[in-house]
Write a protein of this length. Structure first.
Length: 562
């Protein structure tokens, strides 16, 4: 009707609405869905104002109401005819045809064909979309507006429920619930749920028709589920399942009850598979380990005798045995064995190039020699009696190694370019030991220093000295100090006296100095200033009962004003 009104001489929005009222209003059968706006005190509103308002009185003449699925909606046909034409004004086309831009002039100087209306184009597009959708399987996603304020993380239940109702989602759910929302072909049903009857092969015999197997599975599944006391799923009293010639129709709760015994069976099957796989891995690994241990022992014997040929042959056999093993076993046992294989391989290679060299200086070397230099594992005997035994790279100590000095010092650990660097252990001639990090030859990082008398410092080091947070425990293992260090106690710390008294506060170069709290074993407490380990300056003394006995200045460890 809108397209027809566009071509009618002197057609207007008012004549268009009038024709619709005549065609669809009372007593037409569509009158229940089409109506004129209500006028009066409780009438409808146009653009938010009652139709009795003078500003919208004229608009009420070109308004009408349609009752949709969601409810009645008021429309105002203002400028509908002009919008439906969708054409430029003739004067505008003439103006653009005189443009100095060649492209624009050429576009608008040509005679234009008669253009279809906007309504016609919309209907054609809608028909094309409907044809496309009819040829496909649709999967709809409903987008719901959580609130009308356009704010994030704000959900209004009434707004969401209204949208669910108006879009038909609630009706679809009710329709699904009232029928059989789950349907499967009998073939697919048997293939999916036959596992629940593996211990009852007579129920799923391949000679039985699919319909009979489906019935057996449903009866057995109900007996196995927690729904066994309810009427039979296929009985007239229940009718929760219907079996057709090629399909099975079920309520959704039936499917839920069938899934439980299915998961039970598949879970047991998974355990059996896992157990078998792990047993297979362990069997393979243990066979490899048995051969590995025997081969490593033989290689070490050959290395000890200096028999490089025998060691190389046995190593080749060992590598072939490992090549047969299945990849993926990363147990600690296997990883350690592979690490040992790498180390022994290096020893065998070193033996091939092993030399004994003595220099005029008195130094001598026994070990791996490649590229005209010490490379690999070897022992260097210095003329002064010092000995280094370990890894070499291009003539420098590099890697794991032990250096023993004549005076009794021993370092065992990491080396980089002839320098102690990394984790290591150093034993001093006086019996002290250090275990921890080194950097360019000095203690640096986390470490543990054990004195010959049994005392232990455990903490941070910097440039060879205690620096940072650390603890000191006496030979009996009792904590003495915990806090900051700069070679000595320096900064915030806690000191515990042999009698159980506790000093918590500032230290300066090993002395108790600054703000601190001293707690006596009797329960008395001093809070205040210390100088050179004595109470000096302002402080408060609290007796064992908790009463303040003195508060004021102190001098040489005693109250100054008493």
């Amino acid at each position: 009707m809108l397209d027809e009104e566009v071509v009618v001489p002197k057609g207007t929005d008012l004549t268009y609405v009038s024709k619709m009222i005549a065609a669809f209003g009372k007593p037409h059968k569509c009158a229940a869905l089409f109506a004129k706006p209500r006028i009066g005190k409780n009438g409808d509103k146009i653009k938010g104002k009652p139709v009795t308002d003078s500003s919208v009185a004229e608009l009420s003449k070109i308004s009408f109401m349609l009752t949709h699925y969601a409810g009645p909606v008021l429309y105002t046909a203002e400028n509908w005819l002009e919008k439906n034409r969708g054409a430029l004004h003739p004067d505008l086309s003439a103006l653009l045809a005189t443009s100095e831009q060649p492209l624009i002039s050429e576009l608008f100087s040509k005679p234009t064909e008669k253009k279809a209306t906007v309504g016609y184009a919309y209907r054609a597009s809608l028909r094309a979309l409907s044809d496309t959708m009819a040829a496909t399987n649709q999967h709809f996603i409903r987008c719901l507006k959580p609130n009308m304020l356009k704010k994030k993380e704000l959900f209004h239940g009434d707004v969401l429920m209204r949208q669910l109702q108006y879009t038909g989602c609630m009706a679809v759910v009710e329709i699904q619930r009232s029928g059989y929302p789950v349907n499967m072909s009998t073939k697919d049903f048997v293939a999916t749920y036959r596992v629940i009857c593996f211990d009852k092969p007579q129920l799923i015999d391949k000679n039985l028709p699919n319909g009979e197997i489906v019935k057996n599975l449903l009866e057995f599944g109900q007996a196995q589920s927690d729904d066994k006391s309810a009427p039979g799923w296929m009985t007239p009293q229940s009718l929760r399942v219907q079996i057709g010639k090629t399909k099975v129709f079920m309520k959704d709760d039936v499917l839920r009850h069938l899934e439980a015994p299915k998961r039970l069976v598949t879970g047991k099957a998974a355990l059996v598979i896992q157990k078998s796989t792990r047993r297979w891995f362990v069997t393979k690994s243990m066979a490899a380990m048995k051969f590995h241990m025997a081969a490593i022992a033989e290689i070490k014997v050959a290395l000890g005798k200096g028999d490089g040929k025998a060691a190389a042959e046995k190593l080749e056999q060992l590598e072939k045995e490992w090549a047969k093993q299945v990849a993926g076993d990363e147990s600690v046992m296997i990883m350690n064995a592979k690490k040992q294989l790498t180390e022994i391989k290096q020893d065998v290679n070193d033996l091939k190039d092993r030399v004994k060299i003595a220099w005029e200086s008195g130094d001598r070397y026994e070990g791996a020699w490649r590229n005209e230099n010490m490379n690999g594992k070897g022992t260097y005997f210095y003329a002064d009696g010092n000995i280094y035994e370990g890894q070499w790279v291009e003539g420098n100590k590099h890697g794991e190694g032990t250096h023993t000095w004549v005076d009794g010092q021993i370092y065992t650990g990491q080396w980089v370019d002839d320098t102690m660097h990394g984790r290591g252990k150093y034993v001093f001639p006086n019996g002290n030991t250090y275990e921890g990090s080194y950097e360019t030859g000095v203690r640096h990082g986390k470490g543990k220093f054990t004195y010959a008398n049994g005392g232990v410092y455990n903490g941070a080091f910097k440039n060879g000295k205690k620096n940072g947070h650390g603890t000191y425990t006496d030979p009996a293992g009792k904590l003495v100090y915990e806090g900051q260090w700069e070679d000595k106690e320096h900064g915030e710390g806690k000191f515990i006296f042999p009698n159980g008294a506790i000093y918590e506060g500032q230290f300066v170069k090993g002395k108790k100095e600054g703000k601190a709290k001293y707690s006596d074993p009797s329960g008395a407490i001093y809070e205040g200033n210390f100088v050179a380990g004595k109470r000096e300056g302002y402080g408060k003394y609290t007796d064992p009962s908790g009463a303040v006995a003195y508060q004021g200045e102190w001098k040489d460890g005693q109250p100054a004003n008493l």
